[in-house]
Design a protein around this ligand. Structure first.
Ligand SMILES: C[S@@+](CC[C@H](N)C(=O)[O-])C[C@H]1O[C@@H](n2cnc3c(N)ncnc32)[C@H](O)[C@@H]1O
Length: 291
């Protein structure tokens, strides 16, 4: 350990607390993350070292300090239309089939979940994709869709819900045409327009909690979050996502993640240079989580 405020024992205690709370696994080489990201909480709480911070978090019945610790340790990096193919696939492959079912009156509104939404760029990119699809597709309305966006961190959920973005973050992946159509210029930057915002329902939600409270989904975006989880936590999450997804549901993970070896409930498909996953549920008639 490079810092005298973090002993190996305190590192282990905080590492286990973090993994129990949100699934994030910190290897020994990641002790610096505790030092750099939780250092501010030492000053804020008046704790002399990380052991004292751990003890305070352990006896905090409101869980407020544990939430702050998770908030500080998590990586919130995100951008608009990240990796691009998950949005092209939604528009070109998934929405046309769902639109057919909607037109035939065969289904309830389409439900899409951004399961680790950070500051909102992912769910608003989904909402813009849906709006663009509706603009070009006869008989399909934005009201036919419900997008749920959640994150373990209440701070990023509040930022996402506010829908205000500075000029710099607007330059990261958002085409000018969509910015001009779906955002209003403000003195501080840009604000997402109501027609996009009302498509998205935000909530704080920990992926370690039972998913059943959320209902079923047709499409789940679970990207750049499970990469931080231990393999057993990851496999368990994908199994639970398979149960949550409607028959013939679809899952997107990030460009640097794969379900290979973690969950046999999905089959991989490729389109436009990107991979996405479809549940095997109806095709094979078996339980989706069997390998
Ligand atoms: C790197 S961001 C990814 C944001 C977005 N999905 C994207 O691809 O751009 C990861 C997010 O996962 C959230 N997160 C980490 N652990 C989580 C958990 N157990 N439950 C829900 N969200 C979690 C973090 O708070 C963070 O905002």
């Amino acid at each position: 350990m490079s810092c005298e405020l973090l002993s190996m024992n305190d590192f282990r205690l905080l590492r286990d607390l973090i993994e129990r709370s949100c699934g994030i696994a910190l290897g020994t080489g990641k002790a610096y993350l505790i030092e750099t990201r939780l250092g501010g909480l030492l000053q804020e709480t008046g704790c002399p070292d990380f052991g004292a911070l751990y003890r305070l978090a352990s006896v905090d019945s409101s869980a407020a300090l544990r939430t702050r610790i998770i908030d500080a340790i998590t990586t919130h990096e995100t951008l608009w239309f990240r990796d691009s193919h998950p949005f092209a696939i939604l528009s070109d492959q998934i929405l046309p089939k769902l639109a057919d079912e909607l037109r035939r009156g065969r289904r309830a509104p389409v439900r899409i979940w951004s399961a680790a939404c950070s500051t909102g760029q992912e769910p608003y990119s989904i909402a813009m994709t849906v709006q663009e699809f509706c603009r070009k597709t006869h008989g399909i309305r934005p009201e036919d869709f419900e997008i749920v966006a959640s994150d373990v961190s209440p701070a990023v959920v509040a930022t996402a819900e506010a829908g205000d973005y500075d000029v710099l973050s607007m330059t990261r992946g958002l085409p000018a045409e969509l910015r001009d159509r779906y955002f209003l210029a403000t003195p501080m930057g840009w604000r997402v327009r109501d027609e996009i915002r009302r498509l998205v329902k935000f909530r704080q939600f920990n992926l370690q909690s039972p998913l059943t409270a959320l209902g079923h989904f047709d499409v789940v975006y679970c990207r750049y979050v499970a990469i931080y989880f231990a393999d057993t936590v990851k496999a368990n999450l994908y199994r639970r996502l398979a149960e949550l997804l409607a028959p013939r549901g679809h899952l997107f993970v990030s460009a640097v993640e794969s379900l290979y070896g973690f969950c046999g409930a999905f089959e991989a498909r490729t389109y436009a240079g990107g991979t996405y996953y479809a549940t095997r549920w109806t095709e094979q008639g078996g339980t989706p989580w069997e390998k």
